[in-house]
Design a protein around this ligand. Structure first.
Ligand code: S3P
Length: 170
């Protein structure tokens, strides 16, 4: 079954776009962070605090390996594409879209988020550094890069749906 994965930095719009794409393509949608929170019975900050980031990364890989074999849309967490095994799993089981947003836009959206431990412990400069460090991994993970700046959510969703339909037969 072919999945549609949305990858990109925190706050690039993976969840908002995933939900809308789900209505548009009539495919089920899952938010990886929500699924992990449900499975573990803990919030993301609690997992980070109790078990550390490395353990959270293992949970993410387990999730990708074991998630149901169903055509669906998955909004991944911002760190998922950094891991090579995760990139391989995603590319082999579906189509991967890199949602490429500008750091300034991203920072405005995430700066006050208490539910993102990495934002909580980092300065703006550190987040910007992480953003540039991770870009190459998002590019490597993605089959298709989607520039989101100056496009509406609707335009982005229509563009992704167009690409999904175009590549369906391949
Ligand atoms: C993370 C991004 C978060 C979440 C966790 C770690 C990251 O997901 O998985 O806080 O390392 O970038 P979002 O990209 O949905 O915020």
């Amino acid at each position: 079954m072919r999945k549609i994965y949305l990858v990109g930095f925190m706050g690039c719009g993976k969840s908002a776009i995933g939900r809308r794409l789900s209505y548009f393509l009539k495919m089920p949608y899952y938010d990886m962070d929500h699924e992990i929170v449900r499975q573990q019975g803990m919030t993301i900050p609690e997992i980070f605090e109790k078990y550390g980031e490395a353990h959270f990364r293992e949970i993410e890989t387990d999730f990708l390996k074991s998630f149901r074999d169903e055509a669906c849309i998955i909004a991944t967490g911002g760190g998922v594409a950094v891991n090579e095994e995760n990139r391989k799993i995603m590319r082999h089981t579906g189509l991967v879209f890199f949602l490429d947003a500008k750091f300034e836009d991203i920072y405005m959206r995430i700066r006050n988020d208490k539910n993102r431990p990495i934002v909580q412990k980092s300065t703006e400069e550190e987040l910007e550094e992480l953003y540039y460090y991770r870009r190459k991994f998002y590019r490597e993970a993605g089959h298709i890069q989607v520039l989101t700046a100056s496009r509406t959510l609707r335009q982005i969703v229509e563009y992704i749906a167009f690409q999904v339909n175009r590549l369906k037969g391949e």
